[in-house]
Design a protein around this ligand. Structure first.
Ligand SMILES: [Zn+2]
Length: 354
């Protein structure tokens, strides 16, 4: 059995913020906007002006905890569509409110740092900022609206991370396919997801260096549009329906390193993609080629790039142990041992000198 699920409506372009009210009006009759408190001064006016009449707004700040989500729910229990606006935390808060109320969510990312906006997942935390669980909405967001002028106005590091999160999906999907793994639906990967992840990879190879450069100049270009579409839409469709593998397992390993743990998720995944290529025993030229691309985008290609200056055997063992404990560890063509993973980490470190 196979399942393909994705967001049914995707709108992207400069000025897309002006369409949010219209799309929300097609989805429900009483919208609640959940917006990142820091983002509201930047996009709040355009957002509110897109609605025909008055609209409820809750500013979200802090962590995505059960208590904070319940607090938002208690303020407007009769909302029938949630419009989540901001970065990862505000989008997850909006999704969690929608899940609790049993209503659809419209996702309006103001940065493009992960595949989160179009996905069903919600990362839930405790008050000490520890990830406690990942909830899943019953369906993907009813719409995803990406104002590319807003994305181009954000710090470019976020978009770089989005490229890192997306570039992995082709290789992870191939690993999940080959290893007999399952997607988050609990079913085998689809052919469509593989084709989509492949397209995302090719789009990023063709456009991401120029797209990121345009974002750094705060300019919207066709290269930037392609980079954002691959990072937000295709990346989510690819991983939810194609599965994950070693690149995302590696993020668990990097969380064990004090120097690297606070880097952005997509920066972790970028490096993890090279670990994936190494455990897959791809040709060294292919690993070096991807490492050079990542560096051209401004992404890390080694542990040293991630800030680890004094790498030792204990660190490598710790990273490898966390990778081996990942739920995606079986999603590879040939079963891996701890020693295989340590060898792959060493390969990446030595093949791609700074
Ligand atoms: Zn990811």
């Amino acid at each position: 059995m196979r399942i393909f699920a994705s967001t049914p409506f995707y709108l992207q372009g400069p000025g897309a913020m002006a369409k949010v009210g219209e799309v929300a009006g097609r989805t429900g009759t009483k919208s609640l906007i959940v917006i990142d408190a820091l983002v509201r001064p930047l996009v709040g006016a355009a957002l509110e002006a897109s609605f025909a009449g008055p609209v409820s707004i809750v500013e979200f700040a802090g962590e995505v905890t059960d208590a904070n989500v319940a607090n938002v729910v208690s303020q407007t229990p009769d909302a029938d569509v949630i419009v989540a606006v901001g970065g990862g935390k505000a989008l997850d808060a909006g999704k969690a409110v929608a899940l609790k109320l049993g209503v659809p969510v419209i996702s309006v990312p103001t940065i493009a740092s992960t595949d989160g906006p179009a996905s069903r997942g919600i990362a839930m935390y405790d008050d000490a900022h520890r990830l406690t669980r990942v909830d899943q909405m019953l369906a993907n967001p009813a719409a995803v609206i990406v104002d590319t002028a807003v994305i181009a106005g954000a710090p470019v590091r976020f978009l770089r991370a989005g490229v890192g999160d997306a570039i992995a999906k082709k290789f992870e999907g191939e690993g999940c396919w080959a290893g007999g793994g399952h997607t988050k639906h609990g079913t085998r990967p689809t052919h469509s997801a593989r084709a989509i992840a492949d397209a995302a990879y090719r789009m990023l190879r063709a456009h991401a260096v120029e797209g990121v450069a345009a974002a750094a100049r705060h300019e919207v270009t066709e290269d930037l549009e392609a980079t954002i579409e691959a990072s937000v839409l295709l990346s989510a469709m690819g991983f939810e329906n194609g599965g994950l593998s070693i690149a995302h397992s590696t993020t668990r390993g990097l969380m064990t390193l004090r120097a690297a743990k606070d880097r952005l998720h997509g920066e972790h995944v970028a490096y993890g993609t090279l670990v994936q290529l190494a455990v897959d025993r791809r040709p060294r030229t292919e690993i070096i080629d991807l490492a050079e691309f990542l560096r051209a985008v401004g992404l890390p290609a080694t542990l040293r790039d991630l800030g680890v200056d004094d790498l030792n055997d204990n660190d490598l063992d710790g990273i490898a142990a966390a990778i081996m404990a990942s739920p995606h560890i079986g999603n590879v063509a040939n079963a891996l041992t701890h020693a295989d993973v340590v060898a792959a980490l060493r390969t990446v470190e030595t093949l791609t000198p700074a």
